[in-house]
Design a protein. Structure first.
Length: 107
């Protein structure tokens, strides 16, 4: 059986995160995205320190779709080098996993 997979990324704003997330849901690559507004970031980029406001995106999918989700997220993301982290939960509630697999079976 496929395993659950969470994908962590950031977006420049909530609307961008929701639009990209909806396209991934419609394509059957993820079952859900949570977009959390109001994150403030301090980061190193190209030799300088930057600050900004972003929105966090947490995507719910399954391990078997990792490569497809990665490719689709990079293609649709507005950042030159988006942060894309794959988090492998140690397990999932059976009903949650059934929902996740059912909603991504077309991806």
């Amino acid at each position: 059986m496929d395993r659950p997979l969470l994908v962590y990324t950031t977006f420049p704003d909530v609307d961008t995160g929701l639009a990209i997330g909806e396209s991934l849901v419609r394509d059957g690559l993820i079952a859900c995205i949570n977009v959390l507004p109001g994150m403030r970031s301090v980061y190193a980029w190209k030799g300088a320190i930057g600050r900004g406001e972003e929105a966090v995106g947490i995507l719910k999918t399954r391990k078997g779709l990792q490569d497809k989700v990665h490719e689709a997220l990079k293609d649709r993301h507005p950042y030159e080098t988006p942060v894309i982290l794959f988090i492998k939960p140690s397990g999932a509630d059976t009903a949650t996993l059934d929902w996740l697999i059912g909603e991504t079976s077309g991806g």
